[in-house]
Design a protein around this ligand. Structure first.
Ligand code: NAD
Ligand code: DAU
Length: 348
């Protein structure tokens, strides 16, 4: 399998690349990433020397680059992780969300169609379904799309655009909608890594509103295993929900982190709520379980302490990220390696 992964320097993409290269000897990955604030080559520094891995610095919305890349290579699959991914940032400014999540996905879909790519995996999100009431059943793939934030709307637009490329042009599109991920290398703007790193710095835990919003947590490696299953066995044109069946309020999550680190609840600070804050997400993942035999393996109560340990042991990683210095640090390394031709530019 020769696969183009976009957004592979981010949280889920980097975990996915590490996972598939260790699980499949004969998989080759080209990672195309714009290296926005969320893209960090350090996430893949252990993988960089692997001859089956190539990094290309670029934007999925850059039509010329994408055409060049797909003309120079035959990809069996494209897995599109590249996105602006943080809801709060989309409330502040939706522009990059429209450019990357919608326009970028459009460029990739057109190029995949023109070059006859055999599998196009669109990594979508459960946020496209909007919010659930406390008594409602979890979202199935048939739930209507009702996004409530600019981020969710941009992902819903990309998801629907991908669907049309299957129905109108016969592009073998696969769409996945996953719930909230946690795990190593998550950017510390998201709830769990923000709270863990704040705890390790002795800073308060800013909980939005009353802290009773519910998210359905899944370990990132369970998400990666599900994406692998969909790439290998999914039926084109189908949507697959992915979730950990682990609904927790934000306060429950935050209290588990405090308990793991033996810290007092007085660190919790209630702050003004996120505008338009979705109350509850929950995913019904029965379809992927029945159709592809996938099920989650990592239980939150067992694995949250492992993830806390990872952040304790990778203090330099998140300190560089929080300080913003990872960008200069890796930009320098990138230039040096480019000069030594480590990045195998022959793919474009
Ligand atoms: P992330 O923000 O950690 O990483 C995004 C990556 O995309 C970064 O490396 C960034 O540099 C890259 N990128 C951004 N714009 C780009 C562009 N125009 N061209 C090329 N690369 C670009 O995000 P994540 O949490 O790893 O999420 C990955 C995907 O999974 C996203 O599509 C997101 O919507 C989806 N998703 C995330 C979650 C979650 O809980 N984090 C859950 C379900 C789905
Ligand atoms: O559901 C999948 C989605 O999960 C993905 O599509 C998104 O890319 C990902 O960012 C995530 O979105 P959320 O908005 O659910 O994640 P976030 O970590 O930002 O927030 C989780 C919950 O915690 C949410 O109810 C808001 C709350 N929160 C978040 C932060 C950053 C706080 O209370 N305090 C905070 O400081």
């Amino acid at each position: 399998m020769r696969i183009l992964v976009t957004g592979g320097a981010g949280f889920i993409g980097s975990n996915f690349i590490r996972y598939v290269l260790s699980a499949h000897e004969n998989w080759y990955v080209v990672n195309l990433d714009k290296l926005t604030y969320a893209g960090n080559l350090e996430n893949l520094s252990d993988i960089a020397p692997d001859p089956r891995y190539t990094f290309v610095h670029g934007d999925i919305a850059d039509k010329t680059l994408i055409t060049q890349l797909l003309s120079a290579n035959t990809f069996d699959a494209i897995a599109n992780f590249a996105a602006e991914s943080h809801v709060d940032r989309s409330i502040h400014d939706a522009t990059p969300f429209i450019e990357t999540n919608i326009q970028g996905t459009h460029v990739l879909l057109d190029a995949a169609r023109a070059h006859g790519v055999k599998r196009f995996l669109q990594v979508s999100t459960d946020e496209v379904y909007g919010t659930l009431g406390s008594d409602e059943p979890p979202f199935t793939e048939h739930a209507p799309l009702a996004p409530n934030s600019p981020y969710a709307a941009s992902k819903a637009a990309a998801d629907l655009l991908a669907r049309t490329y299957y129905h109108t042009f016969g592009l073998p599109v696969l769409i996945t909608r996953c719930s909230n991920n946690y795990g190593p290398y998550q950017f510390p703007e998201k709830l769990i890594p923000l709270m863990i790193t704040n705890a390790l710095e002795g800073r308060p835990f800013p909980v939005y509103g009353d802290g009773l919003n519910i998210r359905d947590w899944i370990h990132v490696l369970d998400h990666c295993r599900a994406l692998e299953a969909v790439l290998l066995g999914g039926v084109p044109g189908e949507v697959y929900n992915i979730g950990g069946s682990c609904e927790l309020t934000n306060l429950e999550v935050v209290r588990s982190i405090l308990q793991t680190l033996d810290l007092p609840e007085s660190l919790i600070t209630f702050v003004p709520d996120r505008p338009g804050h979705d109350r509850r997400y929950a995913i019904d993942a029965s379809k992927i379980k029945a159709a592809l035999g996938w099920k989650p393996q990592y239980r939150f109560q067992e694995w949250l302490p492992e993830v806390v340990r990872w952040y304790k042991e990778h203090r330099e990683w998140w300190q560089r990220v929080k300080a913003g210095s990872y960008r200069q640090y890796y930009a320098r390394q990138y230039e040096q390696r480019l000069n030594r031709n480590d990045f195998k530019r022959d793919v474009i």
